[in-house]
Design a protein around this ligand. Structure first.
Ligand code: GLY
Length: 307
């Protein structure tokens, strides 16, 4: 069986390169997905995840992460976590208990410290300067004004799948706010017997559609990854338009258990993919007509300005 890794945004490209090398060397889907995400968590140039992440309304960086093992359906998640290097690694470690899989705030931090996870002050001088410039501007924030989640979906050569996510969440968010990312079913979902999905965009809207689980259920009903991603995003977009009179920035990646991928999006959305038959490749997805998504291969990454 082949392997595949699919991840959100241009910022994931280096991580997809490293993850695909691991998968080629017979690593597990979980190890590959976590490596993919940690490349971004550790890079302060990417301002919406991990080190150098976007501060909340009080100028503090609180991180969210989630992980699901598609073989066992076990999951772990952390929310509103301050002062640690890798929310996705902490989330992954929480999946093996029968209880207490989703920890937030001080409880999550106490767990991470007791379990020996690496600590780190994620507020860099650059993220503090950004906060000082923008603080108080909470009323007109839009998700993609510098806010997005890294999601990684992996399939290994044994047919095991997983989903992992990590984000600093909405810029200048209220203290204690959680988005979709650490919420199983909304931000991420994986079932090795079917496929995996993960979302990025406005968490409050993504949760209304329970978007990742919805896409995996569409896969289960026989849709291709592309059909499942497009349908899930189109339906949520229509529901938001009809009931609330608005559209939102939402993107969804879907990986089938055969390694094929699909994407649904309401905006221009770069993503990265690699498999046993395809080298790491950057793609650009755009919302087309009739709820379809138009995907183009990016020949020159420098032409994609959005991380
Ligand atoms: N999608 C991430 C968030 O809304 O926090």
């Amino acid at each position: 069986m082949g392997y595949a890794i699919l991840s959100t945004w241009k910022m994931s490209f280096q991580g997809v390169c490293e993850a695909s090398c691991l998968l080629k060397d017979h690593a597990s889907a979980g190890d590959a997905a976590v490596r993919c995400i940690q490349c971004t968590e550790d890079n302060p140039a990417f301002v919406s995840v991990g080190y150098g992440g976007l501060p909340d309304e009080n100028g503090r960086v609180f991180l969210d992460g989630g992980f699901m093992d598609g073989d066992t359906l076990k999951f772990g998640a952390v929310g509103a976590l301050e002062g640690f290097r890798s929310p996705v690694a902490i989330a992954r470690s929480l999946k093996d208990s029968n209880f207490n899989n989703f920890l937030v705030g001080k409880g999550a931090e106490a767990y991470a410290e007791a379990a020996g996870f690496e600590k780190r002050d994620n507020l860099t001088p650059e993220s503090r300067a950004r906060y000082l410039k923008d603080k108080g501007k909470t009323q007109n924030l839009f998700s993609y004004d510098g806010h997005d989640t890294i999601c990684a979906l992996a399939l290994d050569e044994n047919g095991s799948m997983c989903a992992g996510v990590s984000t600093s969440g909405l810029y200048l968010k209220k203290a204690g706010r959680l988005g979709d990312s650490p919420v199983i079913g909304s931000g991420f979902y994986a079932d090795s017997a079917i496929g995996a999905a993960a979302a990025t965009g406005v968490g409050e809207e993504i949760m209304k559609g329970v978007l990742s689980f919805r896409a995996v259920m569409y896969l289960r009903s026989g849709m291709t990854p592309m059909q499942a991603a497009e349908t899930a995003v189109r339906e949520l977009k229509e529901d938001l338009a009809n009931r609330l009179g608005r559209t939102s920035s939402i993107s969804l990646i879907v990986l089938g258990n055969d390694g094929t991928f699909g994407v649904g999006t309401t905006i221009e959305f770069p993503f990265a993919y690699a498999s046993d038959t395809e080298p790491p490749t950057l793609y650009l997805a755009n919302a087309g007509s009739d709820g379809r998504t138009v995907i183009t291969r990016v020949e020159d990454p420098a032409t994609v300005t959005q991380d």
